[in-house]
Unconditional design. Structure first.
Length: 120
């Protein structure tokens, strides 16, 4: 398929032109049964969320899906189940237990400064 459609190995998986969003290109031509393309993208975004460990890695993953902005990947395909959200927030809560008192003091100073500034 790469040679037939003029792609290179380094091209994005979902290019912005060529096959992307081309409703006149029947899937049978490329040997695929009909499926909703965005369900495949949703699967790939979820895979990227699990594989990528840094924001820079997910940005590259997103661009490979043909998204100019990483926010497209998050907003359009990045649905999060309630159970996953709860799990992540519990992990973050556990991390805050180990915050040094120095950071807590700085935060308290920041809050006090904000109160002073809003009174002016």
């Amino acid at each position: 398929m790469i040679k037939e459609l003029g792609y290179k190995q380094s091209d994005p998986l979902f290019p912005k032109n060529k096959l992307a969003h081309n409703k006149n290109q029947p899937l049978e031509v490329v040997g695929l049964l009909y499926f909703i393309p965005h369900s495949f993208r949703n699967t790939l975004v979820r895979l990227g969320e699990n594989l990528c460990r840094a924001s820079e890695e997910f940005k590259a993953w997103s661009q490979n899906l043909g998204h100019e902005s990483v926010l497209t990947s998050f907003y359009s395909y990045g649905d999060m189940h309630d159970y996953k959200q709860s799990e992540l927030l519990r992990k973050l809560a556990n991390l805050t237990e180990n915050i040094s008192s120095d950071i807590e003091d700085q935060f308290k100073q920041f809050i006090a400064f904000q109160k002073i500034m809003t009174k002016k």
